[in-house]
Design a protein around this ligand. Sequence first.
Ligand SMILES: [Zn+2]
Length: 299
Amino acid sequence: MRSMPTDAHIGAKFVVDRIVDMIRGAMRDAAREGALSDDAWVGIGLGSPGPLDRETGTVLETPNLGWRNFPLRDLIANSIGLPAALDNDANAATLGEWWQGAARGVDNVLGVTLGTGIGGGLVLNGEVYHGASDVAGEIGHTTIDSNGRKCACGNYGCLEAYASGPAIAARAVEGLHAGAPSLLPDLVDGDVDRITAAHVSEAIIAGDTYAAEVMRDTAKFLGIGVANLVNILNPEMIVISGGVTRAGDHLFGPLRSEVRKRAFKVASDACKIVPSDLGDTAGVIGAAATYHVARIGPL
Ligand SMILES: [Zn+2]
């Protein structure tokens, strides 16, 4: 797999150029290794932050990238000379886990990606559920506190404002400013503004009780959002992905118990909460699956 940083500040056109370069590079590598010839390629699957319009292949708005009404699908299809299909990145990741990963053979699954934001995707009865205007599954922007923290989407109290990577770091730093004893400042040479969610995981592994507490709170917030979805959808599985899952049982233990506490017993008993199998490749594998479903047929 190839990857490059998004670098939102370089502008949408340059992000597209990078994606096109990476697709061409992957095609060249496959040809060189004799894996696939140029005429074997049928199309391109794309996963992007949303909300977006699958019909027109347009990304409507991305708070974290600053795109607006951006015709991503056709720009890439025209540059490469192959048809393309576009879906939300978290939908693609969930479809990837359902097709090839942790949720193989599971009919109803909720995927939650913890990263810069919190993405969510739903596979219901073996198909991605898109809703009326392709925005279904946005668990990151469900409200868990009516008077809560400000979210990048403009709302207050969204789950993303508590349990995304930057939100975990922000809560950790607030506690440090309030005087909590911790190893965290040592990991950033005392410059606490540089603390990230990865540092919190690192401190937990080093035995830091404050960092473990920050993660326990994260799991509880996440558990509130997940329990709501468990009661609404009664899924068989919830797949959690993203760097934060490196915290292992420090995340999954309190997450599972919070969901058990809040959701109906029959619903939480039926639902496994598991880490992703495919990690960062879930979205890539799922994007290929998205193309297949959109242009060729069911998987
Ligand atoms: Zn929000």
